[in-house]
Ligand binder design. Structure first.
Ligand code: 8ID
Ligand code: ZN
Ligand code: ZN
Length: 350
């Protein structure tokens, strides 16, 4: 039984207090499914959207959220390969055109006309959410929907970023922002992919998690270290620095620092999206070290399926805390202060 109304966290105006209230349940269009979201992760992107940090407008009013795991309860008449009762995930890329040059090559995150969950279409901070059937992530029924939720953005994104880094098994990767949502999953994916990880973040709680729970071999505390560049390089056995750097911090400084400590021939992968930030690297060192600096943006449908498969095989065990959907404002408050260790997941029934 699908209700007429449901609880949602609604943004009426950029930066204005969230409204936790009842809104109508939407009806799926011909190529869409309606998903009863059970759990949704809270990504820092949701905070950027609420605050209007980026040079891309959101719809308004807006229901945020794009790490939603739930059960299909209705579908449009064109949908064939997703059944009612299937477990699926609503991810950042809610839909794409399937006709453009990028979609034709399964590079759908680069589609010029994408639908973005919790940004240009309503997202997963509600009990019932619409997704394009071709884009919902397939989740095997035996997987817990709370633990798999963070995989739907954080997991897919860092898995793709690690692939884009070109780092090979046995090589070193520095994860900058390792104690946050993307970072904590990045440590687990790195380990599962045979990479050796250096975690960079701050505080004893994040250090403990990175080293003891997530398999990082070194932790560099950026606020305690007097020389982050030296400390990161010293963490590799020959002192020449990591083969790859994954930047998932929400701060401009490390984006300007990574080129200094990455190994010659190494790759810096930019993933975090701090407001108004610029990349800066010394031309001389970049040239004579033959460095690659690139961006990486979520993942396509195949990357998504692979990232979920790593989780299904028990390789990704990242800590998360669960609170009710009604408590989203307090999660944003902690996130703003950098106090979240791992990920928060919202239970939409509370
Ligand atoms: O497709 C993409 N490119 C994509 C996908 C998903 C998310 C990009 N993102 C972006 C988000 O929009 C956000 O800008 O990645 C960024 C990280 O998202 P998150 O992991 O959800 O954020 P978080 O949980 O708040 O973690 C951020 C961590 O960075 C650390 C903080 O301590 C926190 O643990 N950090 C900061 I702030 N400054 C740092 C520094 N100088 C730092 N860590 C190391 N060095
Ligand atoms: Zn996200
Ligand atoms: Zn397209």
């Amino acid at each position: 039984q699908i209700p007429e109304e449901q609880w949602a966290q609604v943004i009426e105006k950029t930066g204005a207090p969230l409204q936790y209230k009842k809104i109508p349940v939407a009806k799926p269009g011909p190529d869409e499914v309606l998903v009863n979201i059970k759990y949704s992760g809270v990504c820092h992107t949701d905070l950027h959207a609420w605050q209007g940090d980026w040079p891309l407008a959101t719809k308004m009013p807006l229901v945020g959220g794009h790490e939603g795991a739930g059960i299909v309860v209705a579908r449009g008449e064109l949908v064939e390969d997703v059944q009612i009762g299937d477990h699926v995930g609503i991810k950042w890329l809610n839909g794409s055109c399937f006709a453009c040059d990028f979609c034709q090559q399964s590079d759908e995150p680069l589609c010029p006309k994408p639908q973005l969950s919790g940004y240009t279409v309503d997202g997963t901070f509600q009990e019932y959410c619409i997704g394009k059937a071709a884009h919902v992530a397939r989740i095997p029924k035996e997987l817990p929907l709370d633990a798999v939720a963070p995989v739907l953005c954080a997991g897919i994104t860092v898995y793709k970023g690690l692939k884009e880094s070109g780092a090979k098994p046995g090589q070193w990767v520095a994860i900058v922002g390792a104690g946050g949502g993307l970072g904590s999953l990045a440590l687990q994916y790195a380990k599962a992919m045979g990479l050796r990880a250096i975690a960079i973040d701050t505080g004893d709680e994040k250090k403990e998690m990175c080293i003891n729970q997530l398999g990082a071999e070194h932790f560099v505390d950026f606020s305690k270290s007097s020389n982050v560049v030296k400390d990161v390089q010293a963490a590799t056995p020959d002192g020449l620095g990591p083969h790859a750097v994954l930047l998932v911090a929400v701060n401009e400084k490390p984006f300007q620092q990574a080129a200094e400590y990455v190994r010659p021939r190494g790759t810096v992968v930019c993933i975090g999206l701090p407001a108004g930030a610029y990349l800066k690297a010394p031309v001389f060192e970049s040239v004579v070290k033959m460095i690659t600096i690139k961006g990486s943006y979520v993942g396509n449908r195949k990357d998504s399926a692979e990232a979920i498969d790593f989780f299904a095989r028990g390789l990704i065990k990242s800590p998360f805390k669960t609170v009710g959907l009604s408590e989203l404002p307090s999660v944003y408050e902690k996130m703003q202060k950098g106090e979240i260790v791992g990920r928060y997941v919202l239970d939409t029934s509370k």
